[in-house]
Design a protein around this ligand. Structure first.
Ligand SMILES: Cc1cc2nc3c(=O)[nH]c(=O)nc-3n(C[C@H](O)[C@H](O)[C@H](O)COP(=O)(O)OP(=O)(O)OC[C@H]3O[C@@H](n4cnc5c(N)ncnc54)[C@H](O)[C@@H]3O)c2cc1C
Length: 407
């Protein structure tokens, strides 16, 4: 949104979305107040008090150019963020009961070699063809969709042009990511690996469109680790917004969005305080508005979304402990054999699966994978947590409920 110098704007929520809005609006001269229910910024980009503090939400930093652009608009540069270090190994993948594991590398040639060793030279050639298609899909969608503020079917159709439309048609109209991957790969493990990109936006590979293969290109363009953890990014955005004049108020839950004459006119906090505004940016869950949790008047601010259409989330475990038996790198994915049942449980039966893929971020490790002693791990999965569980993956594991366990 464009702001006038005199605009008073309240941003509800200091997640990364709210912080970026606050920074950009304050840079345009608006008087910005951010109200956040939690005691610190970050929202999902939070830090949990375990070990030296562990990232409890996002762990994979990609699309650095997005941050570059935002910072530039606000008169800052990437140097104003905590230091970013590119990862050589994007992720390590392992399968239950199968000895070989597969690393994907930032270096495309090394990934191709790794796939040739893991699944044979034919699959490696298919991987190259897959990457070429993912690159092309990304290139076609970058302007009309990824960089577009508010893409619509009409604007996309116009901006894609005949070549862009031909690229999308080439994926197979209405083809799912799963079906498209089945055309690329013969080895089901690779179909599983690249199908996981659907979960990045809370979807099932059986339902997500094939265009999501562009995530492969996003990761090949670079994955970074952040000095001080992802939470440090949120913290820095809060500092930068403050430097541009925004006021940030934590432990300040918005209880109601005030509306007058059909327009948002401010917010009321839990303690009864009212803050008048010319506009309110709501960075909480839009469905909270629809359900009337912030007042009857804002229920029509966004369209309702039936419960069954909401996206997939995850169960997370934050662990500080010792590991053994599997050579972890920073990002690790452990696949179960029965991929279909995992998504069937979540999207059809609407229950947490008994078994499923587990992601482990070993936050003290880089590419070398070397670490001594207790370490910080964030694990997430769709599967049902068990009361006493060690997370069962190849090798022996840190116990989920131990907290700090002597090594
Ligand atoms: C487990 C997990 C892993 C993820 N991994 C990655 C990853 O590796 N890479 C990646 O790019 N993305 C990842 N994501 C997605 C990413 O974390 C989110 O897209 C992003 O953090 C969302 O930011 P947001 O500002 O939109 O919302 P949120 O972070 O949800 O922020 C909303 C904020 O609003 C506040 N709020 C809500 N209601 C009120 C109210 N009434 N009054 C005051 N405050 C309120 C909340 O307290 C919260 O701080 C992951 C998400 C999860 C859950």
């Amino acid at each position: 949104m464009a702001a006038e110098r005199s605009d008073r704007i309240v941003v509800v929520g200091a997640g990364i979305g709210g912080l970026v809005s606050a920074l950009l609006l304050a840079s345009q001269g608006a008087q910005v107040t951010v109200v956040e229910a939690a005691e610190a910024p970050g929202g999902k980009m939070r830090r949990l008090p375990l070990g030296e503090g562990i990232d409890g939400g996002p762990t994979v930093f990609t699309m650095r150019w997005v941050f570059e652009q935002i910072l530039e608009q606000a008169g800052f540069t990437l140097a104003d963020l905590p230091r970013l270090a590119p990862l050589g190994v994007l992720a390590r993948h392992a399968w239950r009961g199968h000895a070989p594991r597969l690393d994907l590398h930032a270096d495309h040639r090394r990934s191709t070699e790794a796939i040739a060793e893991f699944a044979g030279p034919e699959e490696a050639r298919r991987f190259q063809a897959f990457c070429a298609q993912a690159r092309e899909v990304y290139r076609r969608l970058e302007g009309p969709y990824i960089r577009s503020g508010r893409p619509s079917m009409w604007s996309m159709g116009r901006d894609l042009g005949p070549r862009g439309l031909a690229t999308l048609m080439g994926l197979g109209p209405f083809s799912s990511l799963w079906r498209s991957l089945g055309r690329h790969f013969h080895d089901p493990r690779l179909q599983q690996l690249f199908g996981r990109y659907a979960t990045y936006c809370g979807a099932s590979p059986w339902q997500a469109p094939a265009t999501l293969m562009l995530v492969a290109q996003v990761e090949l363009d670079g994955v970074w680790s952040v000095e001080g953890g992802m939470h440090a990014v949120a913290q820095r955005f809060a500092d930068l917004a403050r430097r541009r004049g925004a006021t940030l108020r934590y432990a300040s839950r918005c209880e109601r969005v005030l509306v007058s004459g059909g327009r948002a006119s401010g917010v009321r906090l839990e303690n009864g305080e009212e803050i008048a505004a010319d506009a309110v940016v709501f960075n909480g869950d839009p469905q909270a508005l629809v359900q009337g949790l912030l007042g009857e008047a804002s229920t029509r601010a966004v369209p309702p979304l039936p419960r069954e259409q909401r996206s997939l989330s995850a169960v997370t475990w934050a662990i500080h402990g010792c590991t053994a038996g599997f050579p972890l790198v920073r990002h690790n994915v452990f696949f179960d054999d029965d991929y279909a049942s995992e998504f069937d449980d979540v999207f059809r039966a609407r229950q947490l699966p008994e078994r499923g893929t587990v992601y482990v971020c070993a936050q003290d490790r880089g590419d070398s994978g070397v670490h001594e002693g207790a370490e910080r791990l964030l694990c997430w999965s769709t599967r049902r947590p068990r009361a006493t569980s060690a997370i069962s993956m190849p090798g022996r594991w840190a116990h989920a409920n131990d907290g700090a366990r002597p090594c």
